[in-house]
Design a protein around this ligand. Structure first.
Ligand SMILES: Cc1ncc(COP(=O)(O)O)c(C=O)c1O
Length: 428
């Protein structure tokens, strides 16, 4: 189906012909914990992976499966898995590749929660993350050692909005047989299909534009299915796993049925650590996907207009939006983002952090909230909220200045968005 239809159509129709829909036009919500086996042989075959099917909703459910098939088709991947949050998707991705002693090289401009996971939590389990400035792709190569097991970037950084040159980093990753992991949350699959540019694993916080209405938390991992996990440095794929019938994930499955990374992800982290998506949330994200294209169009138009407005305002010191021709990210971002430059705008006000705080407090239409990608416009001051756990040096290096105000531009009428920003700026 992926090849036959355009993106907008796939958002609505990919997976529609599958048995998973029965005769309903909308995706059925399977609100069940477990599934009935036909007999004990059937149960044993499912557990032994001799047959595919549903066992228990921590591992899979039909509603989740529709969401996963749809996401894989929209990203051009071989398989996808959904999780209880974007954070869980990121954590499970790392531990599905690394064990104690292994290293990841990551960009410096990551979402604060990811930075904290990488800098403060993974080291507790013997996994080291080295952070490099993503604006020069050579920095990733310089940091590679014999312990490196992957490269991690955000396509559009939160909140710096720096765009990382995915193709250039993918070339380096390929040269060293390392998987390139791209968190593409800020682009959404509508604006960017990272696998086309060499990503091996694509991550999304579904909680943002894919859900689109600020009503559920979820995450997803899309597997391009092309990576060579047979390289002996990936011990988790080459040594027998005593926790699952001594399976060797890099060797014992037909890649065309399910790629090694995805099958291990479902059988090990998801099955045993349990951050599964609820069927209700999977259903909410399926609803979101149906309108992703038209929402993204409006998010992008409104964000572009907002950025242009702020750029001209006498109280505004600086503005970042990848779609502005003089933005530092424009030369790279414009090569990748053909349909729009995203729904986020960040800026600093003359008068710095205090003026920014007053601006946020003066907003009436915008909600002051720790989220992005909602249909409604949102504002926040990352240095004292989403990125407060980083040190001032880490924030500076990640592009999170103390004066940075982050706007997630919604799909309201642009006149009302500008009017609200105007009145809030006038009051400071
Ligand atoms: C770029 C990015 N990735 C991942 C996450 C984490 O996703 P979740 O909030 O669904 O756990 C966030 C959250 O803000 C984010 O902005």
């Amino acid at each position: 189906m992926s090849k036959k239809y355009r993106f907008e159509t796939l958002c609505l129709h990919s997976c529609n012909n599958s048995d998973l829909f029965g005769d309903s036009t909308a995706p059925p919500l399977h609100r069940t914990s477990a599934f009935i086996f036909k007999n004990t042989k059937h149960a044993a075959d499912l557990f032994a992976l001799k047959k595919s099917g549903n066992i228990y909703s921590r591992i899979n459910s039909p509603t989740q499966q529709i969401l996963e098939e749809k996401l894989a088709s929209l990203e051009g991947g071989a398989a996808a898995l959904a999780f209880s949050s974007g954070t869980a998707a990121i954590h499970y991705t790392i531990i599905n590749i690394c064990s104690t002693g292994d290293e990841i090289i990551a960009a410096k401009n990551l979402y604060g929660g990811t930075y904290t996971m990488f800098d403060g939590i993974l080291p507790q389990f013997g996994i080291t993350v080295k952070f490099v400035n993503q604006n020069d792709p050579n920095n990733f190569e310089k940091a590679i050692t014999s312990e490196t097991r992957g490269i991690y970037i955000e396509a559009i950084g939160n909140p710096s909005l720096d765009f990382t040159d995915i193709e250039a980093v993918a070339g380096i990753a390929r040269k060293h047989n390392l998987p390139l992991i791209v968190d593409a949350t800020f682009a959404s699959p509508y604006l960017l299909q990272s696998i086309e540019y060499g990503a091996d694993i694509v991550l999304h916080s579904l909680s943002k534009w894919i859900g689109g209405h600020g009503t559920a938390i979820g995450g997803a991992v899309i597997d391009a299915g092309k990576f060579n996990w047979k390289d002996p440095k990936f011990t988790l794929y080459n040594k027998p796993d005593p926790s699952y019938h001594d399976v060797r994930y890099g060797h014992d499955f037909k890649e065309q049925d399910c790629p090694a990374f995805s099958i291990r992800m479902r059988l090990v982290p998801l099955r045993n650590l349990g951050a599964c998506i609820s069927p209700d949330n999977a259903w909410i994200f399926l609803q979101g996907l149906e309108t992703l294209s038209i929402r993204m169009e409006r998010h992008c138009q409104n964000a572009f207009e907002t950025a242009k407005y702020l750029k001209k305002h006498h109280s505004v010191k600086w503005v970042r939006y990848p779609g502005l021709k003089d933005d530092p990210s424009y030369p790279i971002a414009s090569r990748y983002l053909k349909k729009g430059s995203g729904g986020m705008v960040v800026f600093g006000i003359k008068g710095g952090e205090k003026a920014g705080a007053r601006f946020i407090d003066n907003l009436k239409l915008f909600s002051h909230a720790a989220n992005v990608g909602d249909a409604k416009s949102l504002a926040i001051h990352p240095a004292t909220s989403t990125h407060a756990q980083l040190s001032p040096k880490q924030r500076k290096e990640g592009g999170v200045g103390d004066d940075l105000v982050r706007l997630s531009i919604g799909i309201e009428h642009i006149d009302d968005i500008i009017k609200d920003i105007k009145q809030a700026l006038e009051k400071i």
